[in-house]
Design a binder for this molecule. Structure first.
Ligand code: ADP
Ligand code: MG
Ligand code: MG
Length: 889
């Protein structure tokens, strides 16, 4: 195997091997862009090292060979005393992990070569500045020295000189600082800062490998569901210097606005600076547009390169560049992260520019992004107290109690509080707090600051760089203009779409995307929102592509109508138990308590017209579309009062010698119906078989409602669904009774009904005998919630609170199987049952209801196994439509 690739040897498709950074450095090199020469050590080498604790034997020689070639090309040797070649050692995994892995710049500097560099550059200040940076970065990331010690020493040096920014320190000051830094290294790391250049490089490479398993990297991977065994590549890149004076500098840029998608000049530039200075916010950056005044030639070249990159990657790119004495160098590019709104806009913009087609556009957006765009926003009309404005870094409307450190954010959010993490700026140590918070607010840093980048990646609301806010993390408070003090625990609201910060809780309103789906805002109108326009077009692409139909889970006409507006093609699950609540509860109680056949029939007779009315409304709302009505499913005790409450009531009445006959009967019934495992108890089809007349009453209500709609010239398409079937015999018995009732209603009304009868597949036995069950079922609807529960043997009402966190932490699964279908277990059962069912009955209709129907990854699975539709809650319908379209591309 080959462990080292020169930048000229790779390309952008080798991300697995070279990491994202290395692959794109190679791509830029081969595009003829000005990239400082260098080479990449592969992820394979990293994996060997992580597995065995040793670098692969061949690696050292390969690195030597590539280093020699680089030295030859550059005409100087690594760390050469009179004219040193310097390099950066940069991590770069397949997926970008902002700030997770650390880069060391200026490798090759030593007590000797710093002199040589000073002479070569004719600038001693620059040389000592580079050296102190090396010791600082190397000390922190390679030798594990607390970075604050260096920061403090730097602050002290500035204070001693009475200056505020690092550029005001002179060569002599920096030289002293180097001595100080070396002392810090010696005390803290118990060794001297290595003077041997190759040793510096080798140690840095190893440190990059090790950082793959750092806590922060692991946490980030878990969050982002990045596999833990990919490893990172290491890039060794010859240094170019942005800290060589005012005609040098470093910057970051986007080829278009990552928030709106608009084309233009977006980025930040910092003169006389190196590496992270731009994003670390040590000095104030200038907008990229100002570079035109500072260095027109480099600016024009940069614009040209940005255009080349967009046309080449056919997408928004972000870049890092450095200007060394008027010479532009490209240090990084990648397809840039963007907000959810920008993703939709950019996708349609690129289609209009002819760079991508509809199918590709669908790959550029996700259901998760769409879901994010459907979040509510702050009500602009509300009376609010705006206290600051920062940069709109990541959209959303977040309200919560202000907390000033990550620890408190985590602690409070665990106890159910909503918090906003307020920091001057964030760094990787704040990650847990950022995850726990509703939103993130910083007073420093721009669109490319750590807070902004990470929040965008997590889809979390973020306002950064709100400079009027004085954040004092030590005293846990923030002072807003005018002097008002926000203490820890005070509620604030932040708007990640506008950058505004408010005191107190601001009320929220629906997003324009929801208004659009609701039909209250129209695409194509003159004043239409650009975002709505883009969403409208992408949804049309998805609807054209998808094979899966999308239905809604809805129990009443109101939900049904909303679902229809959101694009539902029917109802996949109408839960009739919701029709047994409220003031009907009394009737249901009577039914449960009935001692005689007459009593039972009487209460069923009372319930019939109520049920029928519900169905008439529902069929009307869904006229012309299928409506799958599930017969009663939950255990009956759910309709009775709580056992403890009732016992207390009975005991009280007894002590007061009041009459309590009814309560006593109720209590007996509750005891009679009490089950240890109600979810595995008397429910679903079992109710229909044990309680005479219950299911037939429901079937009659459905049939009569359908007949009534038909007589009113409507087009009802009811389907009757039997829950929790485990064997075809259960279904046959219920079916026979149902068919008889339907025939009676047809005879009485003179309407031919053609009601389909089918079943849920939600028990392993049902799935395993699906071929037999299909004999008696015209459709299957996979109840993947119960199926997951019964296949895993997990109680879904308990596990999330009890041991799932431990399971997730141990990596037993990356995501709860109740959220995303477990392909290998539950999924394979679904697939097999679908196939067996279709063998028996080729026109068997197949669907899925339950949480998974609206989950992006699960939708792709259901598409793959050939189901006809997914059913999900009304608000998830657009997401399911989009993902069904994406699955079909
Ligand atoms: P990250 O992944 O955190 O962005 P990078 O490896 O890109 O880390 O490097 C950190 C900073 O150092 C970036 O600003 C980058 O542009 C700069 N940098 C990296 N290598 C060099 C180099 N060879 N010359 C000059 N600047 C460099
Ligand atoms: Mg970078
Ligand atoms: Mg169920």
């Amino acid at each position: 195997v080959k462990y080292v690739y020169d930048f000229t040897e790779g390309n952008k498709d080798l991300k697995d091997l070279l990491g994202g950074k290395g692959a794109n450095l190679a791509e830029m090199t081969n595009l003829g862009l000005p990239v400082p020469p260098g080479f990449t050590i592969t992820t394979e080498a990293c994996k060997v090292y992580l597995d065995s604790g040793e670098e692969p034997a061949a690696l050292r020689d390969e690195v030597s060979a590539h280093l020699a070639a680089l030295e030859e090309q550059m005409g100087k040797k690594l760390g050469q005393p009179d004219n040193p070649l310097l390099v950066s050692v940069r991590s770069g995994a397949k997926f970008s992990m902002p700030g997770m892995m650390d880069t060391v710049l200026n490798i090759g500097l030593s007590d000797k070569s710093v002199q040589g560099l000073a002479e070569q550059a004719g600038d001693a200040r620059f040389a000592w500045d580079s050296y102190r940076r090396l010791i600082q970065m190397f000390g922190k990331t390679v030798l594990g020295v607390d970075g604050e010690l260096f920061e403090d020493a730097l602050e002290a040096a500035k204070a001693a000189k009475k200056v505020t920014v690092d550029t005001e320190l002179e060569a002599a000051d920096l030289k002293k600082l180097v001595t100080r830094f070396k002392k810090i290294v010696r005390t803290e790391a118990g060794r001297d800062f290595p003077q041997e250049p190759r040793e510096q490089m080798d140690l840095a490479v190893k440190a990059v490998f090790d950082s793959w398993n750092g806590d922060r990297a692991k946490l980030y991977r878990r969050q982002e569901r990045i596999p833990g065994d990919l490893g990172t590549a290491v890039n060794v890149c010859s240094m170019v210097f942005g800290n060589l004076g005012p005609d040098s500098g470093t910057g970051v840029a986007f080829t278009r606005d990552p928030a709106s998608g608009h084309q233009g000049v977006y980025g930040d530039y910092l003169q006389n600076a190196q590496g992270e200075d731009v994003v670390a916010g040590i000095r104030n950056t200038v907008p990229l547009a100002e570079l035109e005044q500072i260095d027109k030639k480099s600016y024009d070249q940069l614009m040209q390169i940005m255009e080349t990159l967009e046309n080449h990657y056919k997408d928004l790119c972000d870049i890092e560049f450095t200007i060394e004495r008027g010479q532009l160098w490209m240090l990084q590019t990648r397809v840039g992260k963007r907000t959810a709104g920008a993703a939709f806009r950019i996708a349609t913009q690129l289609v209009d520019q002819g760079l991508i087609d509809e199918t590709e556009a669908l790959q550029r957006v996700t259901g998760a992004q769409l879901a994010q765009l459907m979040f509510p926003r702050f009500d602009e009309a509300a009376k609010v107290e705006k206290v600051g404005r920062g940069i709109a870094a990541s959209p959303g409307a977040a309200v919560g109690k202000a907390v000033f450190d990550s620890y408190t954010a985590v602690k409070w959010s665990r106890s159910g509080e909503k918090v906003i993490l307020v920091r001057r700026e964030t760094n990787p140590d704040d990650l847990d707090g950022m995850i726990a918070a509703e939103g993130i607010l910083t007073s420093r840093g721009g669109k490319t600051s750590h807070a902004a980048v990470v929040a965008r990646g997590m889809g979390k609301t973020c306002v950064c760089g709100a400079e009027e806010l004085e954040v004092d993390t030590k005293r846990r408070r923030m002072t807003v203009p005018g002097g008002h003090v926000v203490e820890e625990g005070d509620v604030i609201s932040i708007d990640g779409s506008s950058g505004k910060v408010y005191l107190g809780e601001v009320p929220v309103v629906p997003s324009p995307v929801v208004e659009y789906f609701e039909g209250r805002m129209h695409a194509g109108a003159d004043d239409a929102d650009e975002l709505v326009e883009a969403v409208h077009r992408i949804m049309a692409f998805a609807d054209r592509k998808r094979r899966l139909r999308v239905r809604a889970n809805a129990d009443n006409a109101e939900d049904a109508l909303r679902a229809r507006r959101f694009g539902a093609q029917g109802i996949g699950l109408c839960r009739t138990e919701h029709m047994f609540l409220g003031d009907r509860r009394e009737q249901v109680e009577r039914l449960i308590l009935a001692d005689t056949q007459e009593e039972r029939e009487e209460s069923l007779k009372q319930l019939l017209p109520l049920q029928k009315k519900d169905f008439v409304e529902l069929f009307e709302a869904m006229d012309g579309l299928p409506v799958t009505v599930r017969l009663l499913d939950p255990p009956l005790h759910e309709f009775l009062p709580d056992i403890t409450e009732l016992s207390v009531r009975v005991a009280l009445a007894e002590s007061r010698q009041e009459s309590h006959e009814n309560d006593l009967r109720l209590l007996q019934a509750v005891h009679r119906l009490h089950e240890q495992n109600p979810m595995l108890g008397l429910r679903g089809v079992r109710l229909g078989l044990v309680i005479p007349g219950l299911f037939t009453m429901q079937v009659r209500a459905i049939a009569e409602a359908a007949a009534e709609r038909r007589n009113a010239k409507g087009d009802p398409r009811a389907e009757i669904m039997i829950p929790l079937v485990g064997t075809v015999q259960e279904l046959e018995i219920v079916r026979e009774e149902a068919d008889q009732v339907i025939a009676e209603v047809e005879a009485a009304t003179g309407v031919e009904l053609k009601l389909a009868i089918g079943t849920m597949i939600e028990l392993p036995r049902a799935a395993l005998t699906a071929g037999q069950i299909a004999e008696a079922a015209e459709f299957f609807s996979f109840g993947t919630n119960d199926l997951t529960q019964t296949v895993w043997g997990f109680s879904r009402d308990d596990v999330e609170a009890s041991f799932f966190t431990a399971y997730l932490e141990k990596g037993i699964f990356g995501v709860s199987p109740f959220e995303t279908i477990d392909r290998d277990g539950v999924g394979s059962l679904v697939k097999a049952a679908a196939e067996a069912g279709r063998r028996t009955r080729p026109d068997l209709k197949l669907g899925v209801c339950g949480e998974h129907g609206g989950d992006p990854e699960s939708v792709h699975f259901f598409h793959e196994v050939g189901l006809d539709y997914v059913s999900c809650s009304p608000f998830r319908i657009p997401v399911a439509r989009l993902e069904a379209g994406r699955a079909a591309t």
